[in-house]
Design a protein around this ligand. Structure first.
Ligand SMILES: [Zn+2]
Length: 301
């Protein structure tokens, strides 16, 4: 297998417009069912088994959204955040999602019209014109459809890139087959001089240098997880990714069964909590919360 290669991104990217605000399209790409104990850790001896669905009746499984976001910037163009599921996840799940991903994608429901590419097209954006894809992280349920955007530069944190390309990455939730070697990958480094504090977040990167889109260092769910802040006309939207699976993780103290690093995860959640308190108007979108997803509008400007 040919390996995908990455080089360092130069942040800010070109395309800035002073005081630019963006348009945000949340895209529901697929739904799967999952054991509640995976998303909200339960107590007791069987918690681990329950997290993997062992002994959990079908009726107790919850609906889990698989999502992506299209952001339209007035001068920099179309930016995708994550990619949802590729259409082949439906026809050949093991090939696209890997054996672990296929196993974890029980009850998959998706229509071909739901892929991020199809939804970009139906919203007037040619997938070939998507310039950048910001990956919150590279888990199989986020990176599945990268190949549908051949002209895009894929931006991912340096630590995440290393984690996804490690020898044993399959066990961490990655599927290397999704990292098509034909794409252009650029890594961002929150340890670089371009990184700065933004509110409660210690390390952020201003993607275009105009404040419209910020990458936020929120590690812990995975090694190099990041969230994204998009500046809408009158408020901000924070795409939290899997730094919080659900609003209950943010506000009610629920914790997922498994994280890559507990201490970093907790620090990221605390920063998100502080942001939530300091920005009550902001739209915060968690990674896999169907109830929160159903509350969203089709478009935000
Ligand atoms: Zn994940």
């Amino acid at each position: 297998m040919m390996l995908a290669r990455a080089t360092a991104a130069e942040i800010p990217l070109p395309g800035a417009q002073p005081d630019a605000s963006v348009v945000l399209h949340p895209l529901l790409c697929a739904e799967v069912t999952g054991p509640p104990g995976w998303f909200h850790r339960s107590g007791g001896r069987a918690a681990g088994l329950k997290a993997f669905g062992v002994g959990v009746p079908q009726a107790e499984l919850i609906q889990v959204p698989i999502v992506a976001f299209l952001i339209e910037h007035p001068t920099a163009g179309a930016v995708l955040v994550d990619t949802g599921f590729h259409s082949s996840a439906l026809t050949d799940p093991r090939q696209n999602l890997g054996w672990l991903g296929a196993l974890m994608s029980r009850g998959l429901k998706m229509e071909p019209s739901q892929t991020a590419a199809a939804q970009c097209t139906s919203r007037g954006v040619d997938p070939q014109e998507v310039r950048f894809i910001v990956m919150t992280h590279l888990h199989f349920d986020h990176a599945s459809a990268l190949v549908d955007f051949p002209a895009a530069t894929v931006l991912v944190s340096e630590l995440e890139w290393q984690a996804a390309n490690a020898r044993t990455s399959t066990f961490g939730g990655y599927c290397k087959a999704q990292l098509d070697p034909g794409l252009s990958y650029k890594t961002v480094d929150f340890g670089s001089a371009a990184a700065c504090r933004r509110g409660p977040f210690e390390r952020t990167l201003d993607l275009f240098g105009d404040g419209s889109i910020a990458l936020v260092d929120t590690p812990g769910h995975s090694a190099g997880h990041m969230s994204v802040i998009a500046r809408l006309a009158e408020r901000e939207a924070l795409l939290a990714g899997d730094a919080i699976y659900t609003m209950a993780t943010l506000r009610d103290g629920e914790r997922p069964w498994r994280v890559q690093n507990e201490a970093r995860f907790e620090k990221s959640v605390q920063a998100l909590r502080a942001y939530d308190e300091q920005n009550p108007q902001s739209l915060i979108i968690p990674g896999h919360d169907m109830a929160a997803w159903k509350e969203l509008d089709p478009i935000y400007s």
